[in-house]
Design a protein around this ligand. Structure first.
Ligand code: GAF
Length: 382
């Protein structure tokens, strides 16, 4: 893909570009915990968004998105969101200039193989690739973490999704062969090797695009905040669900709206599960890790209610297939992928069984991807 991108850039814009890549991400466990200031365990993967870019000596950003065969231009000083994917570039262009550094016009060619709407954060990868390239081209001197925050603000205020920091963080700070335990409050992180040569990380795509995720996502966030407000009256030190213990929560259950109580219970439990899963990883206890994944899915499905029948079906099915140690829905929910840890010599059988069963049930074939854990955003050529 990179050679053809470079060639097309020269044909289209008549000069050699800087080419960068930013990966999509998986998340092992710790779902919807990021905006509750808890923990997540993502990793960057070998599916990427590429951005080829060069200055063009004007005040205009010209973008061609090869995946959509679509060209859009905007002024570097544009401040308002539009609609669709261009918002990710508009937002990043806006936020990189908020610290007082102006940028000039650029020509941009975007492409990638992160499936869109599959819960692998193609939008975060797009913001990361574009922001990382701007940082290089204009010597802006942002750290990777600052670029992640710029991507997150873009998602909040240009795309309207009040997301946490996980996706942008993983895309920029991923490390090959490692999961990253991130504390979403302090932003301290730890790389934990995922070193199980006989096992692979396999994603199964429901082929249901998580289009509902925007509104439902923001609603979950509000419900969590409602829970915090209630508990704060008794425990003023509580700032987010991260600070809430299971005992504190259960002590006040009668005062909660039942739905809000379920949401909060899931988050409090998921943070605990993540810590247990990290311990399991450190002790090479893959079955223990897998159990946490299944428990996470149950919570996401029953208490947080961000799963769907397709995701539930895929996770349930894995319990009948040999060589699967853990499975759960991944990402925001309402569609997208499940993440599965599967014995390498069982992958063929896994793929066959899961595709056949899903096809029978839903009359469509789920795509299956075997993932490698990769480095975060990087320069490919300049
Ligand atoms: C989406 C969001 F962008 C993340 O911040 C995170 O909340 C995730 O859903 C759920 O864990 O990918």
């Amino acid at each position: 893909m990179t050679a053809s991108l470079l060639k097309e850039f020269v044909q289209r814009y008549g000069q050699e570009p800087l080419l960068v890549a930013a990966p999509g991400r998986i998340n092992f466990i710790g779902e919807h915990t990021d905006y509750n200031k808890g923990f997540v365990l993502p990793a960057a993967v070998d599916k990427r968004i590429y951005a080829a870019m060069a200055k063009n000596g004007t005040g205009t950003v010209n973008v061609f998105a090869r995946q959509f065969s679509e060209s859009i231009s905007f002024d570097v000083n544009e401040t308002q969101p539009r609609s669709g994917w261009i918002n990710y570039l508009l937002g990043v262009t806006y936020y990189v200039q908020q610290t007082g550094t102006a940028i000039e016009g650029i020509d941009v060619l975007i492409d990638g193989d992160v499936p869109v709407g599959a819960g692998m954060s193609s939008s975060a990868a797009l913001c990361s690739a574009y922001g990382f390239a701007l940082n290089e081209l204009f010597k802006l001197d942002y750290s990777r973490m600052e670029l992640a925050v710029i991507g997150q603000k873009t998602e909040h205020n240009f795309a309207g999704v009040k997301c946490g920091i996980m996706d942008q963080f993983a895309s920029l700070l991923g490390k090959a062969g490692h999961a990253i335990k991130l504390d979403c409050r302090s932003l301290e992180y730890e790389y934990i090797p995922f070193n199980f040569p006989e096992y692979k990380i396999v994603l199964v795509n429901t082929m249901v695009s998580h289009s509902l995720a925007g509104t439902e996502y923001n609603l979950r966030r509000q419900q969590c905040e409602e829970g915090v407000e209630l508990l704060k009256k008794y425990y003023p030190e509580i700032k987010s669900l991260r600070d809430v213990s299971y005992e504190q929560l259960t002590r006040h259950w009668k005062e909660f709206n039942a739905t809000v109580y379920d949401r909060c219970t899931y988050i409090v439990n998921e943070n605990q599960r993540l810590l247990a899963a990290c311990d399991a990883l450190r002790h090479n206890d893959l079955p223990g890790f897998g159990e946490m994944m299944y428990a996470s899915h149950k919570g996401l499905s029953k208490r947080y209610e961000v799963s769907c029948k397709e995701l539930d079906f895929l996770v349930e099915k894995t319990k009948l297939i040999n060589g699967v140690v853990g499975a759960r829905m991944m990402g925001g929910g309402f569609g997208g992928c499940t993440i599965n840890i599967v014995q390498e010599n069982g992958i063929e059988n896994f793929t066959e069984q899961i595709q056949q069963a899903y096809q029978q049930q839903f009359a469509k074939t789920p795509e299956v991807y075997v993932m490698q854990l990769e480095e975060g955003a990087r320069i490919i050529s300049q």
